[in-house]
Write a protein of this length. Structure first.
Length: 285
């Protein structure tokens, strides 16, 4: 049963959840909003380092509770408070124009950068100067799909817990370790010390991705550094990399957007790492 206070959009719990739309409140409370059945399902299954559920409480309409009964039952089974609320309450808590009727409040789940290094990652995506939350979430999703071991968001990048980032990750936020607020110099030096080769993705790079694949140089541990959507990577960041690599444009397109380029690069590395001795072209000798 829903509690009477949730009938009003002005209830204290609704007000507390609404505040998480602002980064300052997210940081203070170390909580964020996960919206929609896919994200909430992943939140229900996720556990923190000490084994506690990542999901703190769940707001759902009666209709959504029936439609996603499995998610709601799983949340209740872990001791999460489930609040049945009318549509207007979900509209207050939701960050989308057309709410799906189910919203979770979650604990922050980012990982210390040192733990990522200690795990000896083989494939990492580093988001340096990425400011668009939708792009950040989509790159995280691409990294998850490609089997990356971790994602690092530098201190110059967007907030991981921005509602648009969370939505764009489509649940991948809960699948792999993500470090946040790491200066790009520290990220690169730490990964290099861990034996990871640093490749900066840039449309004006001196090295061609196809040539790297043909040469068989991409089979080892690799971190891809991706830059700002509009102006790419600054010169000082490119200078930190072992190589600056461009995705070849074989057709007439002017360029690729950030998320598409990231998917191409990450999948190229994933393929090379799964092939003996790297990934060589069938036409190479």
């Amino acid at each position: 049963m829903g509690t009477p206070e949730l009938i009003s959009p002005r209830s204290p719990r609704v007000t507390a959840a609404k505040r998480l739309a602002k980064r300052s409140f997210r940081g203070k409370e170390r909580r964020f909003i996960a919206e929609g059945p896919q994200a909430v399902r992943e939140a229900v299954e996720h556990r923190g380092d000490s084994g506690e559920p990542t999901l703190i409480e769940l707001f759902t309409t009666v209709e959504a509770a029936e439609r996603y009964a499995g998610i709601v039952d799983a949340a209740r089974a872990t001791g999460v408070r489930v609040h049945l609320a009318p549509d207007e309450v979900l509209a207050e808590v939701s960050q989308t124009v057309t709410p799906q009727g189910i919203v979770g409040v979650c604990h922050f789940l980012d990982s210390p950068f040192e733990e990522i290094l200690a795990a000896k990652p083989r494939l990492v995506a580093v988001l340096a100067h990425v400011r668009d939350p939708g792009n950040a979430g989509t790159v995280l999703r691409c990294a998850d799909a490609a089997g990356a071991d971790a994602v690092v968001l530098t201190d110059a990048s967007v907030d991981l817990y921005n509602p648009k980032s969370v939505r764009a990750s489509v649940g991948s936020l809960f699948h792999l370790p993500v470090a946040v607020g790491v200066p790009v110099e520290q990220a690169v030096s730490g990964l290099k010390s861990a034996g990871v080769r640093i490749l900066a993705a840039d449309g004006a790079g001196d090295d061609d991705l196809d040539d790297e694949l043909d040469a068989g140089t991409m089979g080892g541990p690799t971190a891809w550094v991706f830059g700002n959507e509009a102006w790419g990577l600054p010169a000082q960041t490119r200078a930190l990399a072992d190589a600056v690599v461009r995705v070849p444009i074989h057709g007439r397109a002017e360029s690729l957007n950030l998320a598409t380029a990231a998917a191409v690069c990450l999948y190229a590395s994933a393929r090379a790492q799964r092939a003996s001795g790297g990934c060589r072209s069938v036409t190479s000798s």
